[in-house]
Design a protein around this ligand. Sequence first.
Ligand SMILES: NC(=O)C1=CN([C@@H]2O[C@H](COP(=O)(O)OP(=O)(O)OC[C@H]3O[C@@H](n4cnc5c(N)ncnc54)[C@H](OP(=O)(O)O)[C@@H]3O)[C@@H](O)[C@H]2O)C=CC1
Ligand SMILES: CC(C)CCC[C@@H](C)[C@H]1CC[C@H]2C3=CC=C4C[C@@H](O)CC[C@]4(C)[C@H]3CC[C@]12C
Length: 411
Amino acid sequence: MYDTIRYHVIPPAFVVFFTGVVQYLAWSGRGASVDFSALWGNEFAWRFLGVSFAWAYVSLLVPSRKCKGPVTDFGQVPEYQDNGTLYYWATLVTFVLYNFFVDKDLSLKIYDNFPQILGALNTCALLLCVVLLIKGRLSPDVREKTVMKKFPIAYEFYSGKELHPRLLGVDVKQFTNCRFGMVAWQIFILAFFFAGIKREGFNYGFAVNVLLQSIYVAKFWWWESGYFWTLDVALDRAGYYLCWGCLVWVPVLYTFSSYFMVAHPPLTSPLISLLIFFVGLSAVIINYAVDREKEIFRKTGGECEIRGEPAKYIDVEYVDEKKRLRKSKLLISGFWGTLRHLNYNFEILAAFSWSCVGWHHGLAPFYYVVFLTGLLVHRVFRDEEKCRRKYGKYWEKYCSIVRYRMIPYVF
Ligand SMILES: NC(=O)C1=CN([C@@H]2O[C@H](COP(=O)(O)OP(=O)(O)OC[C@H]3O[C@@H](n4cnc5c(N)ncnc54)[C@H](OP(=O)(O)O)[C@@H]3O)[C@@H](O)[C@H]2O)C=CC1
Ligand SMILES: CC(C)CCC[C@@H](C)[C@H]1CC[C@H]2C3=CC=C4C[C@@H](O)CC[C@]4(C)[C@H]3CC[C@]12C
């Protein structure tokens, strides 16, 4: 029963549901009813995507320093282009300059053609998932155990076949997640903000919404090399969930509060907006600090200081897929000694902060927060299942020291 749901029901149901929701969001966000003709895109949308994809692709080809991700159970060490921060700032500055000096209506055009852009993106993303499925089945880069095993086709399409596939000389997940998804998030919210100014004038609430998200996204680039060690990159395979998710779902849902605010400007006063800004900023900073603490701990092999004292940890052992015994450490001081997923709490608080400037308009500005909360609670279980399988009794020991996941005494 569980396997039927997991392999046969959820994948097709999610593909249909999420692909459909995109159409709803694209139109409801501007107060219009769904028009399916946008699914094919239009000339502007295809040109916009052509340039964006080419720009992202070139950023992964130009000579640059490289960084490595964690070694997989089957001994592969993925290699990434380490020029994310430069790419992010170059894209941002180019977009702003182009918008102010070359095409003053660019942001409005992006806003007006957003459903068409999403339609075209959806086509490209689905095509990519088909290519990844065929490549994974016929000619995977690495012939490891899981990739060689046959699962139901809908499941393979949804979850992906390969862990670190490369296409046209670039790492697919770095392209979809980092080079496209995270930059699209930044560029779209900025375009919506400029479009909002053109239509309704400057709005403090809207400014706080976009500024907080921009700080959040900019922070991502400082930490990009840390991202390569997360579940998405180390565990999730390249398929609909991750690649379609980053190519389409991130651009539509993660930016939705800003998209919505163009047609529904926030009514929060400048003072309240400022207060919300400081709450949101603190949340982004703490979220980053928690991630960073673990990153430094891992990079130094545990030989680092946390708040002026040597890091406290427990030594753990695990057996990898090749049956080799490996050693590692789990941090139990600093942030990681308080709750097992403290970073998620501040992730949600940050998103709540930038959404709540639009609270006068009901639930719509909070769609992302609702999704994020579900995603992160589900991720807590996925992550802990992974850790329990990996570390066994050592994970139980860690859980007995750091007892709660996200809410003290409750969860
Ligand atoms: N906006 C969004 O949609 C989302 C944002 N995020 C954000 O991304 C960031 C990364 O999140 P995510 O990858 O989910 O998870 P974490 O950064 O919480 O990483 C979890 C992993 O860290 C290792 N770990 C767990 N506890 C310890 C410890 N005490 N000491 C050392 N290592 C430990 C384990 O991996 P190992 O096998 O190495 O031991 C575990 O699998 C967060 O800021 C999160 O908020 C995450 C998901 C969605
Ligand atoms: C069924 C699908 C619609 C669901 C798609 C989900 C994915 C798009 C997202 C799953 C995990 C997300 C992320 C994880 C960690 C991140 C680090 C953070 O600092 C920035 C955001 C992100 C890259 C984020 C992006 C979307 C997911 C990959």
